[in-house]
Design a protein around this ligand. Structure first.
Ligand code: CA
Length: 227
């Protein structure tokens, strides 16, 4: 897996690169936005610091997305919700807030990569996914919790399936609305809230679906501690 690290802070880069290489990733690094668009064709994932010296990271993110389908994870030092929303609206696939755990970063890198490259020949969602004691059978449209079947409506299953298939990366409201409702008016937005609330109740695992305020939903990062 080839990762482009766009990070102007040498201390961050010097600590991060060896840790990522040890975990099997191949790293290229740029300390500025200039030149990024020239090499995104040679990498699988871009780790993009939003605070760069020569260019607004959000603008660069938009340019990357316009030029390529490469996976982008936005890294924000400030951790402000606004940054995350801006980053994800600009087409990023996920975000991380500094300081972050390297293993979490690597997990997110693999997750966005998996999402970008579905198994060849297979539909985007097929087979069975298991999260803690929740099992999703995409082919049979069945969900079981601790072995007991849970009855979901078609839309509820679709919403839950998208969140599960993202492997812990964020599913934005826009993505879910586009895929499940085909439009994103205020009625559909309210309907999405209701569907997620119903899912949490029906699954009996309220912590399983995490709300990323103003952005969307993702699977809880520690499914072992659900309840
Ligand atoms: Ca920076």
């Amino acid at each position: 897996m080839r990762v482009l690290l766009v990070e102007d802070d040498d201390r961050v880069a010097d600590a991060l690169i060896p840790a990522l290489v040890r975990r099997g990733l191949t790293i290229k690094r740029l300390a500025h936005g200039a030149g990024v668009l020239d090499i995104i064709g040679d990498v699988d994932v871009v780790l993009l610091d939003l605070g760069l010296p020569d260019v607004d990271g959000v603008v660069l993110c938009r340019q990357i997305r316009a030029a390529s389908d490469v996976a982008v994870i936005v890294v924000s030092a400030r951790g402000e919700v606004d940054d995350r929303i801006l980053g994800l609206r600009a087409g990023a696939d996920d975000y991380l807030v500094k300081p972050y755990d390297v293993d979490e970063l690597v997990a997110r890198v693999h997750a966005v990569r998996r999402r970008k490259t579905p198994t060849p020949g297979a539909p985007a969602q097929s087979g069975v996914a298991q999260v803690a004691d929740v099992k999703v059978d995409f082919d049979r449209h069945e969900v079981t919790v601790d072995g007991a079947a849970v009855s979901l409506s078609r839309k509820e299953f679709h919403v839950f399936g998208l969140i599960v298939a993202a492997h812990g990366a964020v599913c934005t409201r826009e993505q879910i609305l586009a895929e499940v409702w085909g439009r994103s008016g205020s009625a559909e937005n309210r309907s999405l809230d209701v569907h997620v609330a119903t899912l949490r109740t029906k699954l009996g695992r309220p912590a399983l679906i995490e709300t990323v305020r103003g952005v969307g939903y993702r699977l809880a990062s520690q499914p072992g501690t659900l309840d």
